[in-house]
Design a protein around this ligand. Structure first.
Ligand code: KIV
Ligand code: ZN
Length: 432
């Protein structure tokens, strides 16, 4: 059996229409320990951050935003622990967030003292509502904040030459900013940092509050990508939120529109309705035969750690990993799944109706695929009798047993488990 190896879905093997598709995983950045954490009722303590960090590293994240150390003492302490305990693998880079304010930037670099590598992520808000109502500034005033922030970051970085620095800038509320101005403010930052192809910087485009359909966000990304100068010296990153329920779609279309990198969280934790769910986007790629470059072969561990660190439950119908997503109750679905599984050969491409991937690939088994209640039919009971008791029933027996199971489920309500189905079988055909 092939385990956690993406195989091209039929629509990817035989495409007859001219639409673009994503052909490789973007560069991922987890913001669980920052955006995810800041949205929690009870933010993670250092021990929980360590647990989440260990998971993120194990999953294969190479860039991890670990906090906002100038704004929170636990975040500061966690960054110090990462550096002093030598907990950062050679191929992983930590990232920290800071507002474009001098004292905060100075403190951020203090937190990072001794790091081998780090991404310093500076941001300020750029949308008209933020400019006018929150800051009482015009475009030039907000550009000055961004430019100043970039200068302070550069000045502080020069004080710590032993660290390999990467600079990142976010025009917060990008998707609600006029596009010509979004480009203008980022140009001001680039003028300070002077990135090169050998030493690029990251420009991160947030939909801080998702407020359009994903195609509009993608148009904005495309506009930005084609109007910004020094495109070859920029890693273009996306940071989408899920206010309209489309954060994953927005990131996917944004990648098609020219972005290189995507920020998000495991299972979509984050401010309000959450950040873009990296598990969903990565599994979307996986199901299309594209290596997501993250090891998601054990989602139960991801769920366990996420619940432990965030105290938020995972919906049983959460895309790809929810408890019920590989389960069929309805008779026609069960019948189709049973027939497809019988015809599925071990090394052949996965072709099972209603199951977009092989559940075994991500550590789920067939036990849960077919569960029986009053919605189920003969296919479901036949599957259970075959799977659990090695009994292949003729059609008339399947029909009679299905009726007995249906009566039981209607009388008792809910699911009829395998042992009860077997008992009903004995009662119907053996004991009588
Ligand atoms: O949502 C957002 O805009 C952010 C920025 C600070 C990147 O989290
Ligand atoms: Zn955010």
């Amino acid at each position: 059996h092939r385990k956690y190896r993406p195989t091209p879905a039929p629509q990817m093997r035989d495409r007859q229409w001219p639409s673009r598709t994503i052909t490789a995983a973007p560069r991922w950045c987890s913001v669980d320990l920052r955006d995810g954490n800041q949205a929690l009722l009870e933010p993670m303590n250092v021990a929980q951050k360590q647990r989440m960090w260990a998971l993120l590293v194990k999953l294969g994240f190479k860039e991890i935003e670990v906090g906002f150390p100038s704004a929170s003492q636990p975040d500061f302490d966690f960054v110090r622990w990462l550096i002093e305990a030598h907990a950062i693998p050679e191929d992983v880079t930590i990232q920290v967030l800071v507002q474009a304010r001098e004292a905060l930037i100075v403190r951020t670099f203090e937190a990072l003292k001794g790091a081998k590598r780090a991404i310093v992520h500076v941001y300020n808000s750029t949308s008209p509502v933020q400019r006018e109502r929150v800051f009482g500034l015009d475009r030039a005033g907000v550009t000055a904040i961004a430019r100043q922030g970039a200068e302070w970051v550069q000045r502080e970085a020069r004080k710590y030459p032993a660290t390999a620095w990467t600079f990142q800038y976010s025009p917060e509320s990008f998707s609600n900013t006029e596009m010509d101005y979004a480009v203008e403010v980022c140009e001001a930052v680039l003028d300070v940092w002077q990135p090169t192809p050998a030493q690029p910087c990251i420009i991160n485009l947030p939909s801080t509050v998702e407020s359009s359909t994903p195609n509009i966000f993608a148009d904005q990304v495309e506009y930005f990508a084609t109007h910004i100068s020094r495109r070859d010296s920029i890693i273009l990153s996306l940071h989408t939120h899920n206010d309209r329920g489309c954060a994953v779609a927005a990131a996917e279309l944004g990648v098609l529109a020219g972005a290189d990198r995507v920020e998000g969280t495991l299972l979509g934790n984050g401010e309000r309705t959450g950040n873009m769910d990296i598990v969903t986007m990565a599994m979307n790629l996986y199901s299309q035969g594209i290596d997501p470059e993250l090891d998601l072969s054990n989602p139960d561990e991801i769920i366990q750690v996420a619940v432990e660190c965030t105290a938020l439950p995972v919906h049983p119908r959460h895309p790809w990993v929810g408890e019920l997503v590989y389960t069929a109750f309805s008779g026609s679905h069960q019948d189709a799944i049973r027939k497809c599984l019988q015809r599925q050969q071990a090394d052949a491409p996965w072709q099972v109706a209603y199951l977009p991937i092989d559940p075994l690939d991500i550590g789920r088994d067939y036990q849960a695929v077919i569960r029986v209640n009053s919605q189920s039919g003969k296919g479901g009971v036949a599957f259970v009798m075959e799977r659990d008791y090695g009994l292949s029933l003729p059609r008339w027996m399947q029909e009679e047993l299905a009726q007995a199971v249906q009566r039981t489920s209607e009388a008792d309500g809910g699911e009829v488990d395998s042992a009860r189905i077997h008992a009903l079988f004995m009662q119907t055909f053996v004991n009588d």
